[in-house]
Design a protein around this ligand. Structure first.
Ligand code: SF4
Length: 437
């Protein structure tokens, strides 16, 4: 494993580790990947075998408290296990040609599931990987289930070579004490209705090992030439699904002590219904999957605005300058406008720009899939951008700081003629950016 960075005043810094060092073993155990590194660095005293400029040395490190202070270089696309599936709804198959290579990596790697919460199908998982998950207790894992009916799941995954049967695999991991978060990508007319009911009913006995089941709507872009015909969930279906899921939640809460089934925020937004209260998300374990993020944002916004000093400062800021433009996707824009209005911000000053996604098409309304050009095109028609444009950090790829279409915030700022600030998706960050602009 190659060291990407060493934090100052940490055990790693004290032991003399530096960027570019290759850590090849910990306490005599050779490392295959970042999981082995995590697994073997839990002890207080560590002997790291380190290569630097062709010379191997052993460094003794005393671990105190939480971190060692080492950041490792992430795996390259070629080191990631990829899937052999052709899921009918695969987002990667719906990307247009010519985008940067890393966006087309169809990862299906249990290590990334454990480390970063990526969803995996288990369809290609070999015996050695199963053994490793159980031996190293790699838990929780995030599993794309979609349907428990073997034939239906096989069809949804695009009829892969391997069996797509999921329940025996989940049962095996559950017996070994592995916790899992299941996901269902809901495709109307394919795995909804009785199929969805069956899937949830067959997963529930695996609770608490299968800790949650997330239902997320299929995302369809305009680039679906030669792909199976699919359609998006309608608002009417979304409302019916909320009613059904809330009925199931009541039943599972009584039987299992957990609501067990959780709907994506997008489904509530599409249905035009209020988001459940925070308690209904049971700790927000799968917020990264878009389950409860809006509720968290709205509640945090309310708390931030409730701090009297903050209110005074933000209101003063709102009235003081000639405003900012806050960019978001079409789906969240009405909620954000309402929140800001309730917070006392004048919509003529703090302007919300609901940017339509022309690149992927009208069915994609989330802020995380906005491209730089769509933002640029939308804002170019406005004459009142204010002092700055605030873009959501979720639309800018981690690490490389560029939009999906390779535009950078600096390109956008140059085109629009105003500063562009990338803002983390938290109310505190948003309010600070408004105040400081
Ligand atoms: S598992 Fe399915 S959705 Fe995921 S990358 Fe592979 S084909 Fe795409």
């Amino acid at each position: 494993m190659t060291v990407a960075a060493v934090a100052p005043r940490t055990p790693a810094a004290a032991a003399g580790l530096a960027r570019g060092d290759r850590i090849v073993a910990v306490n005599g155990h050779r490392l295959r990947d970042a999981i082995d590194f995590q697994f073997h660095t839990g002890d207080e005293w560590l002997e790291l075998t380190v290569e630097r400029d062709g010379v191997t040395a052993v460094k003794r490190v005393r671990r105190r408290g939480s971190g060692l202070g080492v950041e490792l270089v992430p795996p390259r696309p070629g080191d990631i296990a990829t899937c052999a599936n052709k899921c009918v709804f695969c987002f990667i198959h719906q990307l247009p040609k010519g985008m940067r290579k890393s966006l087309y990596v169809k990862d299906d790697d249990f290590r990334l599931s454990f480390l970063h919460g990526n969803y995996i199908t288990l369809s290609d998982l070999d015996e050695a990987s199963f053994e490793r998950i159980m031996a190293q207790r790699l838990s929780p894992l995030y599993i794309s289930v979609h349907a428990t009916d073997p034939e239906l799941r096989h069809a949804l995954l695009g009829r892969p070579r391997h069996s797509a049967e999921i329940l025996p695999r989940l049962e095996r991991l559950a017996k070994a004490g592995i916790r899992m978060h299941a996901q269902i990508v809901l495709c109307p007319d394919l795995n909804d209705g009785v199929h969805l009911e069956r899937t949830v009913r067959e997963l529930a006995p695996l609770h608490p090992h299968v800790t949650t089941t997330a239902i997320v709507p299929v995302g369809l872009t305009r680039h679906r030439e030669r792909l199976p015909a699919l359609r998006s969930l309608t608002a009417h279906e979304a409302r019916a699904l909320v009613a059904t899921a809330e009925h199931w939640q009541g039943r599972w809460l009584a039987a299992l002590g957990s609501r067990f089934v959780f709907l994506a925020d997008e489904i509530y937004l599409l249905a035009g219904l209020p988001l459940p209260a925070a308690a209904a998300y049971e700790g927000f374990a799968i917020a990264e999957d878009g389950i409860g993020l809006v509720r968290q944002f709205e509640d945090d916004f309310g708390r931030a605005m409730a701090r009297r000093r903050a209110v005074a400062k933000h209101r003063a800021a709102a009235g003081r300058h000639d405003g900012v433009t806050v960019v978001t996707g079409e789906m969240f824009a009405p909620r954000l406008s309402t929140l800001l209005a309730h917070g006392g911000f004048d919509p003529a000053t703090i302007r919300v720009a609901a940017v339509a996604n022309d690149f992927f098409g009208p069915a994609i309304g989330v802020a995380g899939l906005l491209t730089g050009r769509d933002i640029q095109r939308h804002l170019a028609t406005r004459t009142d951008l204010g002092r700055a444009v605030l873009v959501p950090a979720v639309a800018v790829r981690d690490g490389d700081g560029i939009f999906l279409d390779d535009l950078t915030p600096a390109d956008l700022a140059r085109d629009l003629g105003v500063p562009v600030k990338v803002v983390q998706p938290t109310p505190v960050a948003l309010l600070k950016a408004i105040r400081d602009s």
